[in-house]
Design a protein around this ligand. Sequence first.
Ligand code: PBG
Length: 333
Amino acid sequence: MIIADFPYARPRRNRRDDFSRRLVREHNLSVDDLIYPVFVQEGANLLQPIPSMPGQVRYSPDTLLKVAEECVKLGIPVLALFPSIDNSLKTADGIEATNPNGLIPRVVRSLKKEFPELGILCDVALDPYTSHGQDGIIDDNGYVLNDETIAMLRQQALIQAEAGADYVAPSDMMDGRIGAIRQALEENHFIYTRIMAYSAKYASAFYGPFRDAVGSAGNLGKSNKMTYQIDPANRYEALREVAADIKEGADLVMVKPGMPYLDILREVKDYFKMPTYAYQVSGEYAMIKAAAQNGWLDHDKVMMESLLSFKRAGADGILTYFAIEAAKLLKKA
Ligand code: PBG
């Protein structure tokens, strides 16, 4: 790279006018980059606010159809579904996750029927379904059992694929789950169901509001997920996780959370050159909302800057609770 010295080089020349700033702009955010995560629960006519995620609600299957329609109108490519399951259906083994007539498969069927052009992504993990709030089956000491959990995840992914999910997205971090799910899908002829792997998923405190939203926070109590999610101190470990998931058959990989892990995102993209996604998680959303509500930050500007930062760091797309608001702003621009 040739870098001239001042005064020949005046970087401010290109920054002087709007046209010249636009001409040198390296990254852009588009509606095609957005995946909207939503919460759904049984019932009708519900728009139940989630206090720690201002602006986000739990939908019932009927109100969810309206959001799906809005996504289609705005051009948001994919909707990601997370269930808030009635406590009476939660068990130690989370077996409701494998019910072919459970909430999620029913919702997927109705969404794909009404809006076949909208991509549907389903989370594969047991935490919304377990009485203890862990992502898998536990032993007497509360330790999450890997292989027993995988047997459930295979079943869960299969019923989602059967219902018509375009993407299954394992967010549990069990070893070998991508391979097991890919094998189950292939054996059952779901050869086009994509796997978006939560590959580099950290044991993060930024998931707090999400756990309120799916109702696992109380059940989880003081326990944590450190025995399966990645230690926030680690970098190379994330690369090994991504490598394993690609080898096992992932079509797309993810880094999660987002903004505190932009370094990992960049590294994953550079190293593997895979379709790579960032999850701007509930706590990141809550921080921006809270600061904006206090008048401490400019909501729209910070939202758009945060989303652009993922593109600059190498993301091909972003799972974000801001998807609808950002898409509306992009449409106006
Ligand atoms: C759990 C899951 C979590 C999120 C997505 N799937 C939380 C966790 O691991 O405890 C977090 C998403 C968010 O915080 O927005 N399988």
